[in-house]
Design a protein around this ligand. Sequence first.
Ligand SMILES: [Mg+2]
Length: 195
Amino acid sequence: MRLGIDFDNTLADFVTLLQRITLERTGFELRGLRERHPGVVDLESIIHAAIGKERFESLMTEIHETDLTVEMPPQPGAVETARRLATQHELVIVTARGDHESAAVHRWLERHGIPIVGYVATNRAPKAPHAIDHGLAVHLDDTASVLEAFDEAHPTVPALIAHPMNAKATRAAHWRSVEDWLAFERLVQSLEQER
Ligand SMILES: [Mg+2]
């Protein structure tokens, strides 16, 4: 089967790197922000007030566009599971990044020995049409809004991997929710058996 895999916060841990770089560059501690401000929905406004919107956005851009991407740690179990899945299936990276943000993603994949057969950078455009173009049996993502376009008629099974950022997101009934990469591997096995 062809498996669509998102990159940021699905394969690689963008948040942890952002926390480290923000602390190093600005002294502002992003870790525990949610706990320090219980009930605040718009955490970005707190970050902007603390270090400035432009400063924060330039850090995000730098992580996306430079070799800092290569320093992103893998999500737990992601590398081992993706390598194992790649022995029986074809992995296609489907990221909302643009081409200019993709060179370092390829270096990250090489560094961690994850073979792929395809790479789609949508440049913030919807992923669902690309899933059809690439014949994806399933697409794994951490962003709930990305999966909204994978409606029940869409041939690709939408799978949401648990992440603190999507803990409160509304999930459609036909989505598959997976706690982690091992649960995604089990989902792939069950989809394979259904075919
Ligand atoms: Mg993501």
